[in-house]
Structure formats: C-alpha cells, structure tokens
Design a protein around this ligand. Structure first.
Ligand SMILES: Nc1ncnc2c1ncn2[C@@H]1O[C@H](COP(=O)(O)OP(=O)(O)O)[C@@H](O)[C@H]1O
Ligand SMILES: [Mg+2]
Length: 244
C-alpha cells in the first residue's frame, strides 16, 4: 500500500522568508502529530498537502496522488479544518453541514444521511437546529471538524484546531479525534502543545524553522528524554538543549 503521505525535499519561501527548507517525510495511515512553535512552517506544509500553495521545490503525495498536479483526486480524499475557519454564523449547524455536503458534490440523500451521522460523531446532534452564532467555541470547533468529515475523506488535516479551546473543550475535541482515527481515517493534527499530541497521536514530527528536527513514535521519545516534562521535551527538541 502507498504511504498516506509522502513528502520529498519540500522547499518554500515567501519572498525572502524561508518557510520550508528541505522537508522529507513518509507517514503510514495513523493519527499523526505535526508539532512546532509559531512560524515553524506547519501551516505552509499543510497548505501544500491541500494543493493550496505551490512549493518552490520538491513534491508531496497523498496515497500516491500528487498534491499539485492531481488536485481533483486530492480534494476528494481530504477534509480540512484551517487555523481560522469561518462559519456563516446565521446558519444552523445542520444547515451548514448540508450546505458543505452539497458543495462537495454529494447527493441530497447522502448529505442528509451523513449530516445526521457526523453530528452524532462530533456530539452535536442535540444542537443541529441551533444557530451557529449561539454555539460555544468548543461546539464551533466540533462543527468545524464535522464539515471536514463530510464526504468520508481518507485523510483529515486539522491546523491547530484546539488553540482557542479551554481544557474541557480541548479534551472533548481530542476524544473525538481519537475515535475518528481508530475508525480508519488518517488524521494530521498540527499543534504546539506536546501534551495534547501525546494524548491522541501514534506518530509525530517536530518542525522548526522549516526543517524536521525530530521524528518518531511516543515510546521512543519518552525513552530519549526520561523524566522530563512534556514542555521541557518540546523546548529541548526545538532549542537542541541550548536552553539548559
Ligand atoms: N503569506 C505569507 N507571506 C509571507 N510570509 C509568510 C506567509 N505565510 C507564512 N509566512 C512565514 O513563513 C514562516 C512559516 O509560517 P507558517 O507556515 O504559517 O508557520 P506555522 O503554521 O508553524 O506557525 C513564518 O516565518 C511566517 O512568517
Ligand atoms: Mg500555522
């Protein structure tokens, strides 16, 4: 089977600012954590996977399809929740999901069926008939996740989805991510919080200044940094121990 994601020698600059500097990555289907401080290049990498940004050099593939030249196939396989997803707040939650389903090209019957299933999955069934402007931040983010799930994508890309959530909202959100990952969807979760990535991700990569500085699985990371807090592990990986 082809890897879920395959990235080769990816480079991207915005004018003179380098955002990615030679990223190579191969990920099997799993819940995958993309970690890194602000400005590390996470969003740029995710947008290249989505076919929204063209790299200066290198290639990115999802299940063997090229993110740039095969964008139609890619779009059918992907769900996306961006950093600052905006809703039409005057819509009701259910209405919004149906609208997204129709945009994604689903039939009316499929849209109805999937909307019901996905609202259950993200624990919003009771609130489908409520206007989005009345939702809490946690509910909005779960609705954002719901719109990414419409159309049964093989891979969902979530760009710092919990950064505006309180601990309870974050916990609820992560529990749903775990359930989705266990149901055979590859999840790419970007974050700057190591603790939340530990809670849900099988495999992780640290990105800093556009380069991968660590890649591995949880047990390996724990073994490498015994008795360190997650925050200290994060800082040590990013600074290469310079802060000690
Ligand atoms: N549209 C843009 N124009 C100019 N510079 C950008 C743009 N988007 C990102 N950058 C720069 O590229 C680098 C990586 O940014 P980004 O991919 O957004 O990182 P992250 O998501 O990890 O915070 C940063 O230095 C950022 O300032
Ligand atoms: Mg970002």
């Amino acid at each position: 089977m082809k890897p879920a994601i395959e990235i080769k020698n990816l480079h991207k600059k915005y004018g003179k600012t380098p955002a990615l500097r030679g990223v190579n990555l191969e990920i099997e289907p799993c819940i995958f954590g993309l970690l890194g401080p602000n400005g590390a290049g996470k969003t740029t990498l995710l947008k290249i996977l989505l076919g929204l940004i063209k790299p200066d050099q290198g290639s990115a593939k999802i299940f063997g399809y090229d993110c740039l030249s095969q964008s139609l196939e890619i779009r059918k396989m992907l769900g996306y929740l961006g950093e600052d997803h905006r809703f039409y707040e005057y819509m009701k939650g259910k209405e919004y999901l149906e609208f997204i389903g129709l945009i994604k090209g689903l039939t009316k019957e499929k849209v109805k069926l999937q909307t019901k299933e996905i609202l259950e999955k993200v624990k919003l069934s009771e609130f489908g008939d409520k206007k989005i402007k009345e939702y809490s931040q946690g509910m909005k983010q779960r609705l954002g996740l719901a719109q990414a799930l419409i159309g049964n994508p093989k891979v969902i890309i979530l760009d710092e989805p919990t950064s505006n959530l309180d601990p309870i909202g974050r916990n609820d959100f992560l529990k749903i991510i775990k359930e989705i990952g266990e149901a055979d969807t590859t999840v790419v979760l970007s974050s700057h919080i190591l603790g939340e990535v530990e809670q849900v991700c099988d495999s992780l990569v640290f990105l800093d200044k556009g380069q991968i500085v660590y890649q591995g699985k949880w047990p390996e990371l724990r073994e490498k940094f015994p008795q360190k807090s997650l925050q200290d592990i994060f800082i040590e990986i990013i600074t290469g121990g310079e802060n000690e």
